[in-house]
Design a binder for this molecule. Structure first.
Ligand SMILES: Cc1ncc(COP(=O)(O)O)c(C=O)c1O
Length: 410
């Protein structure tokens, strides 16, 4: 199993849709075969269509606000006393997170297919909020499936979805989190696929959804590459790109332009949700030894018990609280191109506290996991090492949790 050079990772699957021969695929009911084939054909045409790309780029710039900032975190660097710490402030994007890239592209595809309804899943609420924004912008009717537990813990994003005219469908089954929301959304789509387009909120799900999402978020690394070249006059040595990993869409978007560089020059580090320190539960399939399984139409490493039943997960971060992960990250792990680790709830909260004390950025609990790893490794690294963290979400949505845990008003 080898990575190929000069071919986008989203296209490095075999003819059956598997990366590395075993991750991904399309495990779908017969009724979805045609809509998924249609979507695949449409997307493959659209991504080569100059007008469509022009339109996408127009909205990325004028609606999403690309490029987002790339800044040095001077105070954090000085405090840690080792590597330079930089941030790509993707939370500058319209709506406050990277999920807007995928949502915008899906809304454009939906319109292009002549469908008037769009549905999607959400955990942290950002995928849902962004889809509701894009739906409003492009005149589509929108339904968002969300676990009842997440509705309670991500109220600001729910308020935004309703304000944008979307219907939130609460999901009470299972753990009442993202995993159940995705299942319910897919179930709904099976019965409504003639009139309705489905947006999967991360690089997960049947092959085509992984591809569309990766294609959309890769804008982040296109921008970053230009910004790094401008700041350093080249792509320097000793760069570490640190990103949190839930389903894996922000990490994919952050890394995609850099996968071909040698690991010794650009190291890719993914940080999963380790859950509370004292709990056995976590949401870290890549870094805590999960086995291969099938979830939401794709094969990937999945937190499961010995019978293959999906295991309950736990994380302070709703966006990372998911038992599966993108097949592309499984591929990057097995080829050893990326290294995956985890941060606990406590690590993420401490990172949030330190970053917001020293810097004028406000990372949500998801990227706070990535900052936790940066804070851990930076003091041991040389001053010419460049650690770049994707600050992919704004903490406004975490207002209630942060107030409860830290007594902090944000
Ligand atoms: C801000 C933010 N970061 C990260 C994630 C995790 O998802 P992914 O790994 O697909 O980027 C989410 C998911 O909701 C999110 O809202």
């Amino acid at each position: 199993m080898k990575l190929k050079r000069k071919i986008p990772l989203i296209d490095q699957h075999d003819k059956f849709g598997f990366w590395g021969g075993k991750f991904g695929g399309s495990f779908i009911p017969e009724t979805l075969k045609k809509p998924i084939d249609d979507l695949t054909k449409d997307f493959q045409k659209l991504r080569k269509n100059k007008n469509f790309i022009k339109k996408r780029n127009f909205y990325f710039k004028n609606y999403i606000g690309s490029p987002t900032r790339f800044i040095k975190l001077e105070n954090l660097t000085e405090y840690l006393g080792g590597a330079q710490i930089w941030a790509k402030v993707v939370s500058d994007a319209n709506g406050g997170a990277h999920k807007i890239y995928n949502a915008t592209v899906h809304a454009l595809i939906c319109k292009n297919m002549g469908k008037k309804y769009i549905v999607g899943d959400t955990g942290a609420g950002y995928a849902g909020k962004m889809l509701s924004m894009a739906a409003k912008k492009f005149g589509l009717k929108c339904k968002i499936f969300m676990g009842a537990k997440d509705i309670k813990r991500q109220k600001p994003n729910c308020d935004a979805m309703r304000k944008n005219g979307a219907e939130i469908v609460p999901v009470f089954s299972g753990s009442q989190t993202l995993v159940d929301a995705v299942s319910e959304c897919m179930r709904y789509w099976v019965s409504n696929c003639d009139t309705t387009h489905m947006c999967v909120g991360s690089t997960v799900g049947p092959n085509i959804f992984v591809k569309i999402c990766g294609w959309s978020t890769s804008q982040i690394s296109r921008e970053l590459k230009k910004q790094i070249k401008k700041k350093f006059n080249k792509i320097p040595n000793k760069v570490k790109l640190i990103n949190c990993v839930g389903g894996g869409s922000s990490a994919y978007g952050f890394w995609s332009e850099f996968v071909d560089y040698p690991k010794s020059q650009i190291e890719l580090i993914g940080v999963e949700a380790g859950g509370p320190k004292k709990s056995k539960l976590h949401a870290a399939p890549l870094s805590r030894g999960a086995k291969l399984g099938v979830l939401h139409g794709a094969a990937s490493y999945v937190c499961q018990n010995s019978e293959g039943q999906i295991k309950e997960t736990e994380s302070i971060s709703a966006g990372l609280d998911y038992p599966g992960v993108s097949p592309i990250h499984c591929f990057l792990k097995d080829t050893k191109r990326a290294r995956y680790t985890y941060a606990t709830d406590e690590d993420a909260l401490n990172a949030y506290k330190l970053v917001t004390k020293l810097e004028k950025i406000n990372p949500s609990l998801e990227p706070s996991h990535a900052f936790a790893e940066a804070i851990k490794i930076a003091p041991k690294l040389s001053k010419n090492t460049i650690v770049i963290v994707n600050s992919c979400g704004d903490a406004k949505k975490d207002r209630d949790i942060l107030r409860k845990k830290l007594g902090k008003k944000i």
